[in-house]
Write a protein that binds this ligand. Sequence first.
Ligand code: ATP
Ligand code: MG
Ligand code: MG
Ligand code: MG
Length: 439
Amino acid sequence: MRLSRFFLPILKENPKEAEIVSHRLMLRAGMIRQQAAGIYSFLPLGKRVLDKVCAIIREEQDRSGAIELLMPTIQSADLWRESGRYEAYGKEMLRIADRHERELLFGPTNEEMVTDIFRSSVRSYKDLPLNLYHIQWKFRDEVRPRFGVMRSREFLMKDAYSFDLDFEAAQIAYHRMFVAYLRTFARCGLQAIPMRADTGPIGGNLSHEFIILASTGESEVFCHRDFLGLTVPGEDVDFADAGALAAIVRDWTTPYAATDEMHDTAAWDALSADDRLAARGIEVGHIFYFGTKYSEPMNAVVTGPDGKDVPVHMGSYGIGPSRLLAAIIEASHDEAGIVWPKSVAPFDVGLINMKPGDADCDAACETLYAELGRAGLDVLYDDQDTRAGAKFATMDLIGLPVQVIVGPRGAKAGEAEIKLRATGERETIPLAAVAARVA
Ligand code: ATP
Ligand code: MG
Ligand code: MG
Ligand code: MG
């Protein structure tokens, strides 16, 4: 992509409305634009990161055996009356009437709808386990939308729903998602800590929030320092091996970790001061087993091995990809701007032509642009006739992992400078070596 043809509305000044660094940087880097309170457009740079994050989520959901579908954003109120949640959900739900005065709503979540899909066609325990997920926009009329896409009203959610014959099988489904989540967040360059969360009337211990530690987080969290050293399961993890999954979950739930709602001061006080990590955190994911809460009232039953009909045991598993963008920036930035982890960067490389119009610079950059593209890299080529200082500032702000800088003197000598965004390390190498070096 040539910067001269791209749409990158950079802001020079710090936007006053942004209270936290991720919001500030997303606005400054031209990633998002607010259209109404808590409602955002994702501009091209933001859209590219969102797509990368969704691709990672999708790969890990698929790897764990979940199956993607796509449910609509608009749902019928009647479906929510069946579960009793239409009245119970309260003001966070956006209620809509169509021209026939039929009551509709913009989905804040999809338990009812997916249960309806399930009951319409699954009859036997032999069709289980089943886990269906989608990545779809949600709307929640948050009392205080703030911090940009961190707490917006319209936001993207990956929500998965598992269906199993009994508690034991549902627990395996829960473990699969738990492990998939560990891998997903790690691949996004984040250290997410699973923390015990409230299970409400269901009870048990099958609810975890995945939390990123960040000073700007909205929740107060307490965890054991050991989490910082735990290893995330590799891509060879066997999702068919229930024992192996349970062992991973055990390792990741043994050290103490809780949000303030679930905080157990006695257990906390028993830890040594060195082991205690009291911090603030951002909820990026939430997994939850809720048994027959929806299947019972909505009559989603399967015939068990004994020929009797039983309501299925369900769980739901959410990740907020749009919130994740902000969380990644909170975790990875410096004074100059965003520092994208490689896996989610909007482009792999920023190629800077220091002097467009200079024959050597232009030729060297065109060759590099083509070579880097052939090496499978996504390149943002700054071919614009602007000041060197502005070019560097923009590249640093948008945080691409690698910069390749070509100036007139270097181009003449057949050299380019490579700068790593994360460390600031610079190195001058022959033009012919750039593609191999960067790839
Ligand atoms: P919060 O406690 O932040 O209000 P929640 O517990 O209401 O979130 P869930 O119902 O668990 O959210 O939804 C699953 C995921 O969706 C969350 O873990 C989060 O990543 C994302 N999410 C929820 N609300 C928002 C929002 N207003 N803006 C952006 N992402 C959100
Ligand atoms: Mg909420
Ligand atoms: Mg929450
Ligand atoms: Mg939650």
